[in-house]
Write a protein that binds this ligand. Structure first.
Ligand SMILES: CC(=O)N[C@H]1[C@@H](OP(=O)(O)OP(=O)(O)OC[C@H]2O[C@@H](n3ccc(=O)[nH]c3=O)[C@H](O)[C@@H]2O)O[C@H](CO)[C@@H](O)[C@@H]1O[C@H](C)C(=O)N[C@@H](C)C(=O)N[C@H](CCC(=O)O)C(=O)O
Ligand SMILES: Nc1ncnc2c1ncn2[C@@H]1O[C@H](COP(=O)(O)OP(=O)(O)OP(=O)(O)O)[C@@H](O)[C@H]1O
Ligand SMILES: N[C@H](CCC[C@H](N)C(=O)O)C(=O)O
Ligand SMILES: [Mg+2]
Length: 488
């Protein structure tokens, strides 16, 4: 709880509050009128769908004691006008919750692909080293052993600061979070005091939103320029094999740890051997060497491991301990996850929903099998349409057979998404099957001994978003039903 006068201090606004209004007690901050309670400060956010200013009255009816807005409103409680409500929200939330990230070793992971995977590997290493950890990302938010659902990979600043405060209360030492480009662009992580920033890679995605790769890189770069200009205790972990790596390195004054496979790097993997059971490699870290046996599959997984190793070393964990942790990292839900029901062919569910990830995963599958490869894949609606034909092209080139189907069409017509994917395809090794369940069944029913069916795009998701309604749908569940159905 804070007085309004005290809470507004970091905004440095010239609010014309009476001495009585100055003393109003603010019990919580809200950006959603549906959460407002007695004594809330309600912040009006102009969204993509609706305008929070239209809910100010509703918030007051629910007990809002003051309103922050970007324009004048006829309201009965104190109104503070700011130029940018989201910017104000980040500042106020961090202040109200007593700058919780300053009490955490905060690690942010950004990049087009590999954020969830890297954060999960890193969390395992940290927990093995007896750190109490928190995680924020695509699959969930986790505080200690408790998990919570999240709507976004990187939530809005208010939710973030509340989460960090809960982490402080639970004595979390290290928080590992995915930082999406949307979040960076929207300023959701303003007010987060990162200690370590990790870059995985940059390949085309979200160009509907960022428009050009340069602007997309600029959004990602904000994590590195925000790393502070004292290098004391701040580290940027950079994939030096990625074209954008060196550019990001130039943007930070923090210490830099590079990792890679192809180029010389501080943290490097060599002699990589992949089998369907896992990967072994020699890990070099600042001149020391250890051999790692790792259960995750594919070169891309080695990159994610290297990123996690670098961030763990920067967090003070010993290489010996890191090696031991890597050796018992378990598979990550929906990432190259096998569906095993005793069938003589392989079925793999994976979250590849970009051209680069699909290419990487198909490269891995084709390298590890002598059988036929069938890929079942679609593209999401209300997302970058430019990746659709590129993904389809990779599918027909890399796999023996592709079944194009629906992903999350959201507000788009799924037939039109399929048309976008296939309109310029010259190949004839594909078919389109709109119903995802039918598509998965068809691929599995045709699989023979030694073949691989890759079901890409939805990974861990347990729903299919059609016209804004989330229907239960789980690729793993459907695949298992199809496999068992064939056995009976
Ligand atoms: C395009 C986008 O980023 N949208 C985000 C945005 O939603 P919005 O602008 O539509 O919000 P809105 O519904 O118009 O509401 C505006 C304001 O009115 C308030 N409101 C609304 C209704 C009401 O009754 N009362 C009320 O007060 C809302 O709480 C909000 O403050 O603000 C919401 C709350 O923070 C986010 O959950 C939502 O993310 C949606 C779910 C989304 O799909 N975002 C994607 C694009 C995204 O951000 N993805 C990245 C990951 C991408 C990646 O790297 O793969 C992510 O970090 O998740
Ligand atoms: N380092 C990597 N490079 C390229 N592709 C990768 C890499 N790591 C994972 N992938 C592929 O990308 C998919 C998504 O991986 P992951 O969930 O870790 O990425 P993410 O960055 O968290 O994605 P999102 O932006 O949706 O949260 C995986 O299922 C795999 O196909
Ligand atoms: N974080 C990604 C997830 C995409 C998952 C895919 N199944 C889709 O719906 O496009 C996004 O919001 O673009
Ligand atoms: Mg993710």
């Amino acid at each position: 709880m804070m007085t309004l006068n005290e809470l507004l201090r970091p905004l440095r606004t010239q609010s014309e509050l009476t001495p009585e209004q100055d003393q109003i007690k603010i019990k919580q901050i809200d950006m959603d009128s549906r959460n407002v309670a007695e004594g809330s400060l309600f912040i009006c956010i102009k969204g993509y769908t609706v305008d929070g200013h239209d809910f100010a009255e509703k918030a007051i009816e629910s007990g809002a004691a003051a309103i922050i807005a970007e324009r004048s409103l006829d309201v009965s409680v104190p109104l503070i006008i700011v130029d940018d409500a989201k910017r104000a929200m980040a500042r106020l939330a961090s202040y109200f919750y007593e700058e919780p990230t300053k009490k955490l070793n905060l690690i942010g992971v950004t990049g087009t692909n590999g954020k969830t995977s890297t954060t999960h590997i890193l969390d395992q290493i940290l927990r093995d080293a007896k750190h109490k950890t928190g995680m924020i990302g695509t699959m969930y938010t986790k505080i200690g052993d408790q998990t919570f659902d999240t709507a976004n990979t990187t939530p809005e600043s208010l939710i973030l600061q509340q989460t960090f405060k809960s982490m402080n209360e639970a004595n979390v030492q290290t928080a590992v979070m995915e930082v999406s480009s949307h979040a960076l662009h929207h300023g959701r992580v303003r007010g987060c005091d990162f200690d370590i920033a990790v870059f995985t890679n940059l390949t085309p995605d979200h160009l509907d939103y960022h428009e050009t790769m340069d602007k997309y890189l600029f959004a990602k770069s904000l994590l590195f320029s925000q790393l502070g200009n004292t290098y004391e205790g701040k580290t940027a972990v950079i994939n030096i094999d990625d074209l954008s790596g060196p550019r990001l390195a130039q943007l930070t004054t923090a210490d830099i740890i590079t990792y890679g496979i192809r180029k010389p790097a501080d943290i490097r993997a060599r002699d990589i051997k992949s089998t369907p059971e896992g990967t072994t490699f020699i890990l070099e870290a600042f001149g020391e060497e250890v051999t790692v046996t790792f259960s995750l599959i594919g070169l891309f997984s080695v990159y994610n491991a290297l990123a996690a190793v670098a961030a763990a070393l920067a967090s003070g964990i010993e290489l010996k301990q890191i090696k031991a942790s890597l050796e018992h990292v378990k598979g990550i839900a929906g990432r190259f996850e096998p569906v095993q029901c005793g069938q003589p062919y392989s079925v793999i569910v994976d979250y590849a929903h970009t051209a680069d990830s699909l290419q990487n995963v198909l490269d891995t599958v084709t390298e590890l099998t002598n059988g036929h490869v069938t890929v079942v894949v679609g593209c999401g609606g209300d997302r970058d349409a430019s990746k659709r034909p590129v993904m389809a092209n990779i599918a027909v080139k890399q796999a023996d057979r592709a079944i194009f189907t629906s992903d999350n069409p959201r507000s788009e017509d799924p037939e039109l998404i399929l048309k976008d994917m296939t309109k310029d395809l010259l190949a004839d090794n594909y078919e389109t099957v709109l119903d995802r369940k039918v598509a998965i069944y068809r691929a599995i029913e045709a699989a023979e001994e030694g073949d691989v069916v890759l079901i890409a795009g939805k990974g861990h998701e347990t729903y299919q978003d059609i016209a804004g309604v989330k229907h239960h749908f789980d690729d793993k569940e459907v695949a298992a039903e199809a496999i068992k159905g064939r056995m009976t």
